[in-house]
Design a protein around this ligand. Sequence first.
Ligand code: GDP
Length: 476
Amino acid sequence: MAEVVKVLMKRGVLASATQSLDADTAEAVALAFGADVSRAGDGAEEGEEGEAGSWGVVEEEDPPESLVRRPPVVTVMGHVDHGKTSLLDALRTTDVAAGEAGGITQAIGASRVSVEGGGTLTFIDTPGHAAFAEMRARGANVTDIVILVVAGDDGVKEQTVSSIKAAKAAGVPIVVAVNKMDKPAADASQVKTQLLEHEVVLEEFGGDVLSAEVSAVARTGLDKLLEQVQLQAELLDLKANPDRAAAGVVVEARQQLGQGAVATALVQKGTLRVGDIVVAGAQWGRVRRLQDERNEEVSESGPSTAVELPRRAGLAAAGLPAAGDAFIVTGEETKAIVTRSASHSFRDARASKLFASRSTADRDAFLSGPSSELPTKTLDFVVKSDVQGSAEALCSSLESIEVSDDLLRVRTRVLRSGAGAITAEDVMLASVSNAVVLGFNSAAEQCNVEIKEYSIVYDLLDDVRALMCTHIRPPP
Ligand code: GDP
């Protein structure tokens, strides 16, 4: 990452890891690292890539007339043991399209439920705010609606509150499911009153938050809940352009026995087709096979659908994309390399396919000599600063720090950065990912997370270096 920033600076371009590059710059960077580059449209019309000759990392606005209704993407959140998993399972088996075969589909990190009377919902299966926060931390906003599960016999608890905060911070509407209504001790009105204290105001109290009383175990109220979710989705008027190259987010990635690396990708716009070249995080490859949420082979996948991308079906390079990595479809293979190198997660790409055309010696030299053979520990940070410019500069400086001894190499990674005060959300993201929050000239609030405040940049960088060194040798 630091190396790429250096190359960019030599060209007079001040870029951060999340920034888009124009085609000429991207090409220069790729060439500097030994990649072969040829452009779609070389010696010909630029075609669908637009006048700027972009490499696809630049967001193009879809014209309004191209947009059509898409299903909502729903995440279930709430306190542990309040029934998130049970509710998801129960909702999945209401799937009218699953027929009599049972309906439980292989868990690929997402599932689709067709609702009585038409309409479809896409559920992200990974319950809990950890996954949600992690994806948000990486800049991926995958969820349209949060179903907040609150056990009727237990009421609002700590993780209920953090789920509410996470949803509010992301601007995602909540639909409340008061669960376990089969239990005699369940008291829905008490739950609803408790929610008021956290500014979740249900319709019956004059607010705009929809709700349903359910029992995941007794299977009651499920239709009402799905209705409410659909109603909320209609209010959101969710749309996407299906007639463009697909783009979306990796929602889950794992090693699967016999299949190697498997990634579940949520298509957010466009249509993903067999034959497309996909760049996902540090990985890229041609899609040879697509599998939908029901484990069935499909030839294409439109907005708000989740698909499984097995390694042998394309995502080739070593390692896995990470949950929260953006994926895009790009026109040709060499371009895929450049696009990836310019995409936000290319800091992870240093050791991957980008170097495929170079010798091992070159590669090792680039990866800072013999230390590249060492196991690497990555320390995560959330960085907030008074202005955007200084936040970006700080991130570049932070990510260029690397310390090592004979046994271990320690690197830094910025999970999220930005201008403004340190917010409850920053703290929550840090707490779920064991990160340290670094504030530079900004206000802080403490919440069981290490927060360090600085007004001298060198102090900040020195402290981080010292912190990293404690992983190598005990503090004096
Ligand atoms: P999670 O931690 O939020 O995913 O909660 P689980 O789905 O694992 O449920 C926790 C416990 O509550 C399990 O023992 C479930 O059987 C039970 N449970 C979940 N939903 C209901 C419900 O509607 N009624 C009753 N009585 N028990 C439930």
